[in-house]
Design a protein around this ligand. Sequence first.
Ligand SMILES: [Fe+2]
Ligand SMILES: [Fe+2]
Length: 543
Amino acid sequence: MPSGLTVGDNLAQLWRHFSLEYELFRSVPGWVPRVVAYEVKCVLVEHLHEDMRRARALRERIADFGVFAPERRIDPGLANLVRHLLQAPFDGALVGALYRVLKVEQAAAYRRHLDGTLRLNDAPTVAAVEDHLPKLDRQIAWAKALLEGPALPTELGRQVDAFEDEIRNHLAALGGILAPLAARGRSGVTGGSSIAELEASLAGAAAMPAEEIAELTENARAAAAAAAGPAGASGPAPAIPEYPAYVRPRLMALEPRFRRQGADRQHDEPWKEDILAVAAYTHFTELPVIDICAAIVYDGRDLDGLGADRGGEEAGEPAPPPEDPEEAARLAAATETYARAVARAQEQRARGAGLKGETAAAGAGGRRTELPFEFYCDFLRQTWDEVRHSRMGFERLQALGIDPYAVAIPMGHYAVWGNMHLRDRIASLTQVGEACSFKGKREWVAAAHERGEWLSALEHDYDMVDEKNHVRFGARWLPEILNRLADARSPEEVVQDADWTFRRRINAAKRDLGEAWKEVLGNKFLGCGTQTSDVTLAPEIIA
Ligand SMILES: [Fe+2]
Ligand SMILES: [Fe+2]
């Protein structure tokens, strides 16, 4: 057999690698809230972020072949395999099957791809794969050491092995990551084997909707698979059940050695007068924000199904108009300023290019309720950033002599944000919680400088670099989501409503847990400058 993959076979292989990577990096985040161990949660997210970058590199290479949105035509068998993975009985089994089965197979498949392709002709593929293989190998080594160590008692270890076998058998029944291609020999993805045929099929790819290109290649792949016959020579392939969509938990898991706490952050620890300790604590307790962001990634596939509002008790009424004339005048001015800002933003949008690129792309074939590729990239990046912020706080607490396992972790943030509509989570978290956090942080950096706490100052300096991006992510995706939901409200109105819902729900959670709550919650959000919302992820400044 002559050496060197054909262009068609190469594209088909790249597409299968990509299919599995894409489904994994946007699905496994749905499991992050169920991962108990802090260290494992953090490393898993860091790895998912690496995986996303690998998927992006593959996608970029696939675009060279004229296919610009390969995610619109994901192999359904691989998508079902990933849904099966998400049925893992507990987090150790998920980690085992992901790293000791799927990632091991992926690394082997990438190596086979490198062995099979021409290093010069196909150098862009070689570069994309070789850039990322060492990271994948390190991930596999990490999980191997973790699971071989004392992480699991023997009985749970057996259950991990059993689930790994299940996933291994499922993949084998599919014929492996690249098997359908190997089984059908050297016929090209477009139905022929020559470059000329591929070029003819994809001619004018720029003008041809990605959907049609996908259609074309999928039909050819189905025909090739049928010609190759069922996997395994001895009889029909075992039937693979169709696995249901995984649904995230309503509450986040937490290591038992952490101290859990009811709803919001409570600064009633013995060190509450130490501004540095309070700031580090606040940063560390972005731990639930990791889970909230991971939930945003996962639910992006299904805006009005998985991403729908799952309800929650609400408590607290708006404040009556202030009696004090000065206060009433201040509120009236803030209301007017906010209304002017809303009008300005709407005018700007009306003057803009109309539909955003993403919405236009959705019209060309994507599902309305499934957000596009870049959405998962943005919010997975945010999830990783929150891991870093929480870890920075963890380290600073230790440096200040405070045991992070002795402080109280607020459980209400995930319980409330995690169950609100995806639209409202993004609106409230990014446009209020994060957008309004900068003032407090700047003041805090100044205080750290005064005390000569250089590392504490840098902790928040770097945090602010990230948080500005998170506010941008929200501003980018909120209008897009509103378009897709045909929600006629302006983003600013949605932000105001979502903030109000969040405040009422966390207020009810506090009430139910016997913590301090309010019957009158104050005024609706009128911008960061007005202090009308107490939702902020900034550390409090203690005077
Ligand atoms: Fe953060
Ligand atoms: Fe953030």
